[in-house]
Design a protein around this ligand. Structure first.
Ligand SMILES: [Zn+2]
Length: 120
């Protein structure tokens, strides 16, 4: 463990042979990562939490950092020793943008729910 609460950019890509399932559209995503973020609990204390975010080629394509990473995977297909450093830059940019404050998360979920019910 090298987790440092002051460096929330320590993103851990989840290694898996199967593609992660996107929690929004229920279809296969490209990549998932565990992203640390600060939570403020009911007693107003800050605690470290970790959220798992999935990069989805359908749901995330409109988001600039995610779009760049999706495009990167389209070109490179997979992470190798040669492109690891380049991939890491895109992954960090995406994961930083993907970090959602908890207070906004329920609002986002409601939005996704409304969106899914309205368009599926
Ligand atoms: Zn999706």
């Amino acid at each position: 463990m090298t987790g440092d609460p002051l460096t929330p950019r320590s993103v851990e890509v989840v290694q898996s042979t199967d593609p992660p399932e996107c929690g929004r559209c229920g279809r296969a995503g490209i990549l998932s990562a565990r992203v640390p973020h600060n939570l403020v609990n009911a007693r107003n204390e800050t605690v470290m939490g970790v959220i798992t975010v999935v990069l989805c080629p359908r749901c995330d394509i409109g988001q600039p950092e995610a779009g760049a990473l999706i495009a990167w995977f389209t070109v490179n297909a997979e992470i190798t020793d040669e492109n690891l450093m380049e991939a890491a830059e895109f992954i960090h940019a995406w994961a930083s943008a993907a970090r959602v404050p908890v207070l906004n998360e329920s609002a986002l979920e409601a939005e996704f729910k409304a969106w899914r019910e309205g368009s599926l």
